[in-house]
Ligand binder design. Structure first.
Ligand SMILES: *[C@@H]1O[C@H](CO)[C@@H](O)[C@H](O)[C@H]1NC(C)=O
Ligand SMILES: *[C@@H]1O[C@H](CO)[C@@H](O)[C@H](O)[C@H]1NC(C)=O
Ligand SMILES: *[C@@H]1O[C@H](CO)[C@@H](O)[C@H](O)[C@H]1NC(C)=O
Ligand SMILES: *[C@@H]1O[C@H](CO)[C@@H](O)[C@H](O)[C@H]1NC(C)=O
Ligand SMILES: *[C@@H]1O[C@H](CO)[C@@H](O)[C@H](O)[C@H]1NC(C)=O
Ligand SMILES: *[C@@H]1O[C@H](CO)[C@@H](O)[C@H](O)[C@H]1NC(C)=O
Ligand SMILES: *[C@@H]1O[C@H](CO)[C@@H](O)[C@H](O)[C@H]1NC(C)=O
Ligand SMILES: *[C@@H]1O[C@H](CO)[C@@H](O)[C@H](O)[C@H]1NC(C)=O
Ligand SMILES: *[C@@H]1O[C@H](CO)[C@@H](O)[C@H](O)[C@H]1NC(C)=O
Length: 380
């Protein structure tokens, strides 16, 4: 055995003194020619301390990782489960970790990574996660949870995490998660939050207590299901200095309820894409830019477009009923008054008959040739 080999063996022994006995170490040494702990795992590319193992069909985190590793990218593999064996040794220098495609995150999974600054868990389907997965005083600044929640109700678990375990987060990506409602005070613990990405969810409203983060600078709410933002929420957002909000791609409902919001859009500049906001309803205002609307277009009554039919349907029924009632009353009046009407009819009939009889008489006289002759002769 060479001196160098022996040195490595001694290194191994000292590092793993508690974990393996001498025979195991010798076995390891013989099978893998005992690569030093700081060398690169077989399936990965290492550039100094940056380790890249993208799309290698890995089913678990390659071991051992170089001791002084600072960044690890294991995106695009088939790691189904990150657990306490994924990072068995402390990696004091690891700051950036990219893990896409792992579907389960057990508790204590990141406890050996005390220096993490960036954690990318995007494109997972996380359904098992506990607050203990992160060390108590972690330094995570960028947390990417884009398209990573198993379903929208799982946000509750992360809300708990945000409240208690992420004191340093400044950049939070929650895009593409089908979120409908944000739990009350979900971001309240994130005092350093500056960039919040909620794009392409299904948010229907933003509560007035959801965004009270004084450090917030960028808020992306594009492509959600917002129909209107209430006064109190706008007031909250407007009171955060230097905030830039994006709101395009939401189905704004342009009726009387949106008036306050239009006033805000016109008066304040924190909505940077305000020119890109368009109405999605009522039908007659579809795709009209919000900033071109005038107040008289924003009615909740006669102009309510597709709601019109729904309003008119019962009114047609009502009109029919009124007309039927009038008809019935008319007939009733006729019936009650039948004697008077009968007498009146007789009078008219008699009058007509007298009149007609007079005509008839005269006609008979005029048309009788004998009488005509008589009258002619009498002239002679
Ligand atoms: C990290 O390990 C590599 C390989 O052993 C070594 O060349 C490098 O100097 C180490 N870097 C630090 C910062 O310790
Ligand atoms: C991963 O697996 C797929 C199919 O199983 C194969 O085509 C591909 O070559 C593998 N990639 C690597 C880097 O081994
Ligand atoms: C890892 O977790 C399993 C169960 O999830 C447990 O039995 C085991 O003791 C843990 N190992 C360590 C080193 O914590
Ligand atoms: C979300 O997933 C959990 C399991 O993690 C399940 O119990 C729950 O019913 C799901 N909710 C919806 C709305 O699908
Ligand atoms: C989060 O991950 C998604 C996709 O993996 C990427 O598009 C996005 O830029 C990432 N966000 C941040 C803040 O790095
Ligand atoms: C929006 O999110 C859904 C999942 O919630 C995803 O399937 C879709 O591709 C995303 N759209 C864009 C434009 O990113
Ligand atoms: C937020 O809304 C709730 C109910 O909608 C109300 O009770 C509360 O006073 C509001 N808070 C602020 C700061 O406006
Ligand atoms: C909304 O705020 C504006 C001015 O800030 C105010 O004039 C208006 O009455 C408020 N609307 C409601 C419904 O409170
Ligand atoms: C408005 O929309 C257009 C086209 O989609 C886009 O190019 C532009 O950047 C948007 N403006 C803002 C301020 O987001």
């Amino acid at each position: 055995m060479s001196d160098v080999g022996l040195l490595h063996l001694l290194q191994l022994q000292s590092k793993q003194r508690n974990m393996c006995n001498l025979t195991l170490c010798v076995l390891l040494f013989l099978t893998c020619s005992c690569s030093p702990l700081s060398s690169c795992p077989a399936q990965c590319l290492c550039e100094t301390t940056v380790v890249n193992c993208v799309s290698q069909n890995l089913t678990s985190i390659p071991q051992p990782l170089p001791e002084n590793i600072t960044a690890l990218n294991i995106n695009g593999n088939d790691i189904r489960n990150l657990n306490n064996e994924s990072f068995p040794r402390p990696l004091e220098h690891l700051t950036n970790l990219y893990v896409s495609g792992s579907q389960q995150l057990d508790s204590m999974v990141f406890k050996n990574l005390p220096s993490l600054r960036l954690l990318d868990l995007s494109n997972n389907r996380i359904s098992q996660f506990s607050v203990e997965a992160l060390p108590q005083d972690n330094k995570i600044e960028v947390l990417n949870l884009s398209k990573s929640l198993y379903n929208h109700s799982y946000i509750g678990v992360f809300a708990n995490l945000f409240k208690h375990r992420l004191p340093k987060v400044s950049h939070l990506d929650l895009s593409n998660n089908d979120l409908v409602l944000l739990p009350e005070g979900i971001f309240a613990g994130l005092s350093d939050l500056t960039v919040l990405d909620l794009r392409n969810n299904s948010l229907v409203t933003i509560r007035n207590d959801t965004l009270c983060n004084r450090a917030l600078k960028e808020l992306d709410l594009r492509d959600n299901a917002l129909k209107v933002l209430p006064n109190v929420t706008l007031e909250k957002l407007g009171s955060i200095s230097d905030l830039r909000v994006r709101l395009a791609g939401n189905p704004w409902r342009c009726d009387c309820n949106i008036e306050d919001m239009l006033i805000w859009l016109a008066k304040h500049e924190f909505v940077v894409d305000s020119f890109n906001l368009t109405c999605s309803g009522p039908a007659r205002l579809k795709n009209v830019p919000l900033l071109t609307l005038i107040q008289s277009q924003l009615s909740c009554w006669s102009n309510a477009g597709d709601a019109m039919d729904r309003v008119l349907e019962p009114s047609y029924v009502f009109l029919g009923m009124v007309l039927a009632l009038i008809g019935v009353i008319f007939l009733l009046v006729l019936y009650l008054n039948r004697k008077g009407i009968k007498g009146w009819m007789y009078n008219i009939r008699d009058a007509c008959r007298d009149h007609m009889e007079g005509y008839h008489y005269r006609y008979e006289i005029n048309s009788d040739p004998r009488l005509a002759n008589l009258s002619l002769n009498s002239d002679v």
